[in-house]
Design a protein around this ligand. Structure first.
Ligand code: ZN
Length: 322
């Protein structure tokens, strides 16, 4: 993967940035999850270590190849982990002392901090001094989808590169570049609302299609309040970790049903539009129900009760006594 594999202006800007004298010591890539921050941070690191006189990263020189295989001694990436999913102060101290050593073979070292907002304030303070007085030509690249969790003093010492969500057309192009067919690219770009990472995860996720089929079957079986227990049965057995996924699919379906019922609406899941059209469900009531279900589930109400309440609401019943 190289700069040219990314659609949009950010990758062009970074290509220029990494190959020019405008380089600074610290970059902060900010933007929603799935917009390519991490992939581009890796490409930037290779561009900074590449031995080719131009077109960096060339991806064929020894430096590029070693970085691609993850064993270049002058690039290091830290990411959150362990208890509390943090980047701990010990890891930051260790990375700083690594930066202070002379590079092994390149002219500089590159440190990537993925999810930089997962440094607690102490870890951020430890990094601050290095950001103020960085050693040699070293470059630190931080990525975050929550820049508000970083100390203002950290942010102000970085060149900030903003990663926007892509427009639908750009997302479609990017997904076709990733090997999706045009139809699937269109569908998943809509489902993920401009996040390429989410779109790729969904398109490769067989459980998404299977789960959506399960949801559709349940909605088809819902014709009257007395259908609720049976219709809910297959979905009430899903694990706790899958509940948000089910609710997301129910929300998508509710929004599409609303789009079908509103003459000017635009259906996102065009591949199942015909099936959604056959459902006798009021989209707006279903959407309200999904919001309420999400709220109930997050306040620890049992999933089976949440689901049956939602389904009861969808059938038009006003109150549900299990
Ligand atoms: Zn190279």
């Amino acid at each position: 993967m190289n700069f040219s594999d990314f659609v949009g202006t950010v990758s062009n800007r970074l290509r220029e940035e990494m190959n020019a004298s405008r380089l600074v010591h610290a970059y902060l890539f900010t933007g929603p999850a799935g917009t390519g921050k991490r992939s581009l941070a890796n490409i930037c690191a290779r561009a900074l270590l590449c031995e080719s006189p131009s077109g960096r990263p060339c991806d064929v020189c020894p430096a590029c190849r070693r970085a691609l295989m993850g064993n270049h001694p002058d690039v290091r990436a830290l990411e959150p982990g362990g208890r509390g999913n943090q980047i701990r102060i010990d890891s930051i101290r260790e990375a700083i002392s690594w930066l202070e050593d002379r590079p092994f073979e390149a002219r500089r070292r590159v440190l990537i901090l993925c999810g930089a907002d997962k440094m607690n304030p102490a870890a951020q303070n430890a990094l601050l001094k290095t950001l103020e007085e960085p050693p040699g030509d070293d470059v630190i690249i931080m990525t975050t989808d929550k820049a508000s969790d970083l100390l203002p003093t950290i942010v102000s010492r970085c060149r900030i590169i903003r990663f926007p969500l892509l427009s639908e057309e750009d997302a479609v192009k990017a997904l076709i570049n990733h090997g999706l067919t045009p139809t699937k690219a269109r569908l998943y770009s809509r489902l993920s609302m401009g996040s390429i990472g989410d779109a790729l995860a969904l398109s490769g996720d067989v459980s998404f299609s299977a789960r959506r089929e399960q949801v559709l079957n349940a909605l088809r079986a819902l014709r009257a309040p007395q259908d609720v227990p049976l219709a809910a049965l297959p979905l009430s057995g899903v694990g706790k970790e899958s509940v948000e996924g089910v609710l997301n699919i129910l929300e998508l379906c509710a929004r599409d049903i609303m789009a079908i019922q509103d003459v000017d609406g635009r259906v996102v899941q065009t591949d199942i539009e015909a099936q959604l059209r056959q459902l006798n469900i009021r989209g707006s009531a279903m959407l309200r129900g999904v919001f309420e279900a999400r709220r109930m589930f997050r306040s620890n109400v049992s999933w089976q009760y949440v689901l049956e309440t939602l389904f009861f609401q969808i059938t038009g019943g006003s109150e549900w006594q299990p």
